[in-house]
Design a protein around this ligand. Structure first.
Ligand code: AMP
Length: 398
C-alpha cells in the first residue's frame, strides 16, 4: 500500500510517502512557513535531485495541494495520480485517555480530538488543521490518526497520577500522558527483537533524546512509566524546555518577572532548557563546540542534560526491578556519542558495561549494540522511524 504520512505543525507540514509492502520511503519533504512570508516546499524522491521552491501557501490546504501536485508531477513525481495514494496517516500529538491505539478518522474521532485540544493547545489544533485540509482535497481517501500518547496508556495509576486532589484527574484530566509514544514503541520493539529469545518479556529503558526528550520504562512490550507528563514540558531538561522542577517556581517567576500565563508558558517552553542555561543554543552540536572552546555554561548545560537522563535510567531500573537493555534514539541519542558516554559512565554497578570506543565510533543511521559482549545490560543505538510506524498502522487499519 502507498501511505502518505503527515505531521502538521502550526506553520509546517512534514510528509513522507511510504510503500508499506516493501517498507521503503518513496518521497519525503516538508512545507515551512505556511501562512507566513516566503513559504517553502522541500521535496526529495529516491534517485531524483532535491527540490526547494518558494510557493504561495496561505494555509495547510494550499500546502497539502502543493505536496500532492509535486508527488504526481509528470517529471519529478512518484505517482501517476493522487488516487494511487491508498490512505493518509496523521500524527496527532495528544489522544488523552480516549485513544490507546490508532484509529480510522471519522467525524466523531475529530470531535474527540478537538475536545482534548485543551491538553495540547500548541499541537492538536495544528494536527487537526492538517486532517481537515487533507479531507477537503482527498475526501474519498481513508485517514488514520496515530497518537503520540497512545503507547503510554498502559501505565498503571501509580505511575500516571500526580499527588493532587483526585478531582484534578477526574474532572480536569490532569495526569501523566507521556509523548514520543510512536518512537518509544518502535525502538523498544526493535530492541526486544535484537535481544532474541527472551526479548518479549524484557525490561527496556528507551531514551528518546532530541530537541524534546523523554525516557520510557518498557516492560514486556508495554510502557509502564515515562518522563513527560500532562504536557511535553516534564522530564529531563530539553533543548528549550525546563523539564522537572519545583512547581512553586512557576508562581515565584510569574510574580518576580511580572509574567502572565502566556508569558510563563513561553519562559518554560521556549526560553529554558539547555538553551536557557547555556545562553548558547538548543542545538547539541553548538553546545559541544562551545564547550570545547571552554564555554563554562555550555559545559554545565551538557552535564545537566546527561545527569538528568542518568537519573531517569536509574529510577526506571529501580521501578522495573532491573533492566535488560537501554536504547538511545532521536537526534541527540543517535548522533551525540559524548552525551551517550556521559549517561553510561558509572552504571557498571547495575550491570552496564559500555564499549566506549565503539560508542565513539558508532556508524550513523544504523542499529548498533554499544555494550561489551559480557555486559549484563545491553545498550543499543537504534534510529527511530516514527513515520514507518504511522504508515504501517495506517495500512493495517484500512
Ligand atoms: P530531533 O528532535 O530528534 O530531530 O533532534 C534534533 C536535535 O538533535 C538537534 O537540535 C541537535 O541538538 C541534535 N543533533 C542532530 N544531529 C546531531 C549531531 N550530529 N551531533 C549532536 N547532536 C545532534
Amino acid at each position: 500500500m502507498k501511505i502518505l504520512v503527515l505531521n502538521a505543525g502550526s506553520s509546517s507540514l512534514k510528509y513522507q510517502l511510504i510503500d508499506t509492502d516493501n517498507g521503503t520511503v518513496i518521497a519525503k519533504g516538508l512545507c515551512e512557513r505556511i501562512g507566513l512570508d516566503n513559504p517553502k516546499l522541500v521535496y526529495g524522491a529516491a534517485g531524483k535531485d532535491k527540490i526547494e521552491k518558494i510557493l504561495d501557501m496561505k494555509d495547510h490546504t494550499a500546502a497539502i495541494q502543493y505536496v500532492l501536485d509535486i508527488l504526481s508531477d509528470k517529471e519529478v513525481g512518484v505517482v501517476s495520480s493522487m488516487s494511487e495514494i491508498d490512505a493518509v496517516g496523521h500524527r496527532i500529538v495528544h489522544g488523552g485517555e480516549k485513544f490507546n491505539k490508532s484509529v480510522l478518522i471519522t467525524e466523531e474521532v475529530l470531535k474527540d480530538i478537538e475536545e482534548i485540544s485543551d491538553l495540547a493547545p500548541l499541537h492538536n489544533p495544528a494536527n487537526l488543521m492538517g486532517v481537515r485540509a487533507c479531507q477537503a482535497i482527498m475526501p474519498a481517501t481513508p485517514m488514520v490518526a496515530v497518537f503520540d500518547t497512545a503507547f503510554h496508556q498502559t501505565m498503571p495509576p501509580k505511575a500516571f497520577l500526580y499527588g493532587l486532589p483526585y478531582e484534578a484527574y477526574e474532572k480536569l484530566m490532569v495526569r501523566r500522558y507521556g509523548f514520543h509514544g510512536t518512537s518509544h514503541y518502535y525502538v523498544s520493539e526493535r530492541a526486544s527483537e535484537l535481544l532474541g529469545e527472551n526479548g518479549k518479556d524484557a525490561k527496556i529503558i528507551t531514551c528518546h533524546l532530541g530537541n524534546g526528550s523523554s525516557i520510557t520504562a518498557v516492560a514486556g512490550g508495554k510502557s509502564v512509566d515515562t518522563s513527560m507528563g500532562l504536557t511535553p514540558l516534564e522530564g529531563v531538561v530539553m533543548g528549550t524546555r525546563s523539564g522537572d522542577m519545583d512547581p512553586a517556581i512557576v508562581t515565584y517567576l510569574m510574580e518576580k518577572l511580572d509574567l502572565d500565563i502566556k508569558g510563563i508558558n513561553e519562559y518554560l517552553n521556549k526560553k529554558s532548557g539547555v538553551a536557557g542555561v547555556s545562553g548558547v543554543s538548543s542545538d547539541f552540536r553548538d553546545l559541544s563546540k562551545a564547550a570545547a572552546e571552554c564555554n563554562e555554561r555550555a559545559k554545565i548545560a551538557l552535564d545537566m542534560f546527561a545527569y538528568r537522563v542518568k537519573k531517569y535510567v536509574g529510577a526506571y531500573a529501580a521501578a522495573m526491578g532491573g533492566v535488560d537493555a537501554i536504547v538511545f534514539t532521536a537526534g541527540v541519542g543517535e548522533n551525540d556519542d559524548a552525551v551517550r558516554a556521559a549517561v553510561l559512565e558509572g552504571l557498571e554497578y547495575m550491570g552496564v558495561e559500555a564499549d566506549f570506543e565503539l560508542n565513539a565510533n558508532c556508524p550513523r543511521g544504523k542499529e548498533v549494540e554499544i555494550s561489551k559482549s559480557s555486559s549484563k545490560v545491553k545498550v543499543f543505538v537504534i534510529p527511530t522511524d516514527e513515520e514507518m510506524v504511522i504508515a504501517r498502522q495506517t495500512a493495517e487499519l484500512v
